[in-house]
Design a protein around this ligand. Structure first.
Ligand code: FES
Length: 117
């Protein structure tokens, strides 16, 4: 099922503790995170609170702190942590021979949650 996975380039393009964004034609921008312990995660690049750019947040463990109002979002589940409520879609990502792959169907289906006015 190789065609189901989209090659988005080498793992070395994102240094540990950082993120990069990936535009998706007809879909949401995706944020790809590289944690300090060398795991990769992909989420829609919109905080579930007010759509802050999660890719610009601080990565700690398997969470990212949103740069706008400091909500903490799980990179594994996309869920807001603590007392905050909300969830952003995650995209399955895999590493193979030093390259990153995203699941095509999840990429197209991912939609950011509505933001309360
Ligand atoms: S937009 Fe992310 S915490 Fe408010």
């Amino acid at each position: 099922m190789i065609g189901e996975w989209i090659d988005i380039g080498p793992t070395g393009q994102i240094s540990p503790g950082n993120a990069r964004t990936l535009p998706v034609q007809g879909g949401e921008e995706i944020a790809i995170f590289h944690t300090m312990d060398h795991q990769f995660y992909a989420l829609v690049n919109k905080c579930p609170h007010k759509h802050g750019p999660l890719s610009q947040g601080i990565v700690h463990g398997t969470e990212v702190t949103c740069p706008l109002h400091s909500w903490k979002i799980s990179l594994k589940t996309g869920e807001a942590q603590g007392d905050d409520k909300g969830c952003v879609p995650t995209i399955p990502i895999r590493v193979d021979a030093g390259r990153l792959y995203l699941l095509r169907s999840a990429l197209m289906a991912a939609r950011a949650p509505q933001v309360a006015a």
